[in-house]
Design a protein around this ligand. Structure first.
Ligand SMILES: *Cc1c(COP(=O)(O)O)cnc(C)c1O
Length: 394
């Protein structure tokens, strides 16, 4: 990376993260400790949920929720093909079958009518994603799930801080799952969090993240017998995993959560700069939030107008990169990934809206301390690439 390069994303790490990480390193307690507890408390509070369970990644969190709900082979889970592949991989991890439904072209979330039509007697859950942090239709998904008496699992990995008509991302379904990879709104390096109001689901996730062990209190009461001495530490009543989050990662998370409002505010400011700068540019479709919906800005993704081909979009991305500007094709459709094609025989044309959108998206550099000058440079270069493409056509 050269000095002039503008990356696609960059984490926002301050002195507070450094101090809390150092305090963990000096404490001698590097896993299952007070930082994890504090991180869980902060995320639960923010999502408006009673319980939170920290895990090693967003994918791990989705896996534990589906496993805890008893979903397995022969079961169907309705989900979106327009997402990061983890949302659908979690369904495969428990041996269930993802049933994709096409998206709404404006919000890029599942079309509620198609979703309801895809429900069969074998459907055991709806796994909904807030694409790019857009909470559109979450109320509809919750209503459809309730009507069919199946759980809604909210993959809110891209939506920490979003809300719809006052209801917060993470609180729409039986459980929500956040992800903290370095490009998300907050990061722990690697990490994730399950949030839920259901105490039994929370307890199950706690156990499964720790090899199926009986839950271990992070801060045992002084004088209380240690679980390691009472036998429960080694009592495993089912197949579990090691999906624990270390205290070092949790410390980064605590610092990021304390700064969350500031981080979201800075991202919102950058998104507004892009909006103002790109509003008048012909052939561009900008992100669009619905009435009553509050976006949480995860990435800034623009779309080339209908009529642009995948090749033209790919050349725009290559052109941006040649100018040392990070750009990406968020997201390739999941059903057309080689692995999914091999497994299910999907071919192009199956989910036309998702495919058409996915062929024309361009993710631009996006992070809180992107300067106005950089936003301007990115926008100018993007405009240049678009002009180049339209000249080629005429
Ligand atoms: C980031 C993300 C995840 C989780 O990713 P991890 O890398 O496992 O933390 C899951 N679903 C979606 C939609 C995501 O964007």
């Amino acid at each position: 990376m050269s000095d002039t390069e503008i990356p696609l994303s960059r984490p926002d790490i301050s002195r507070l993260e450094e101090e809390l990480v150092l305090s963990v390193l000096r404490s001698g307690r590097l896993s299952i400790g007070p930082m994890q507890e504090e991180f869980e408390r902060l995320v639960a509070e923010r999502a408006g949920c009673d319980h939170a369970v920290a895990v090693s990644s967003g994918t791990a969190g989705l896996h534990l929720v589906l496993a805890s709900l008893g979903i397995g082979p022969g079961d169907e889970v309705v989900t979106t093909p327009f997402s990061f592949i983890a949302s659908s991989n979690a369904i495969l991890m428990v041996g269930a079958t993802p049933v994709f439904v096409d998206i709404c072209p404006t919000s890029l979330n599942m079309d509620p009518r198609l979703l309801e039509a895809a429900i069969t007697p074998r459907t055991r859950a709806i796994l909904a994603v807030e694409a790019f942090g857009n909470p559109a239709y979450m109320h509809d998904y919750a209503r459809i799930a309730a009507k069919h008496e199946i759980p809604l699992v909210e993959d809110c990995c891209e939506a920490l801080g979003a809300s719809s008509r006052g209801r917060r991302a993470g609180s729409f379904g039986r459980a929500g799952v956040f992800g903290f990879y370095p490009n998300k709104q907050i990061t722990t390096g690697e990490g994730g969090m399950v949030v839920t109001d259901d105490p039994r689901l929370a307890e199950s996730c706690r156990s499964l993240r720790n090899q199926g062990r009986a839950p271990t209190p992070a801060s045992p009461r002084r004088g209380a017998p240690s679980p390691m001495n009472t036998g429960s530490w080694l009592a495993h009543d089912r197949l579990g995993y090691n999906y624990r989050l270390s205290e070092v990662n949790a410390a980064i998370g605590v610092a990021q959560m304390r700064r969350l409002d500031e981080l979201l505010e800075r991202r919102g400011r950058v998104a507004n700069m892009y909006m103002e700068r790109l509003l008048g540019v012909p052939d561009l479709v900008l992100p669009n939030s619905g009435e009553g919906d509050v976006f949480s800005w995860f990435v800034f993704v623009v779309r080339l107008a209908a009529g642009y081909s995948r090749d033209e979009r790919d050349r725009v991305i290559t052109g941006l990169r040649q100018h040392e500007i990070g750009a990406a094709d968020y997201f390739p459709c999941i059903h057309l990934q080689p692995f999914y094609r091999d497994l299910f025989g999907f071919r192009p044309g199956r989910f036309p809206i998702a495919e058409s959108v996915s062929a024309r998206t361009v993710a631009l550099p996006f992070f809180g301390d992107l300067s106005e000058r950089e936003v301007d440079l990115v926008s100018q270069t993007l405009e240049l690439m678009l002009k180049r493409e339209s000249l080629k056509r005429s």
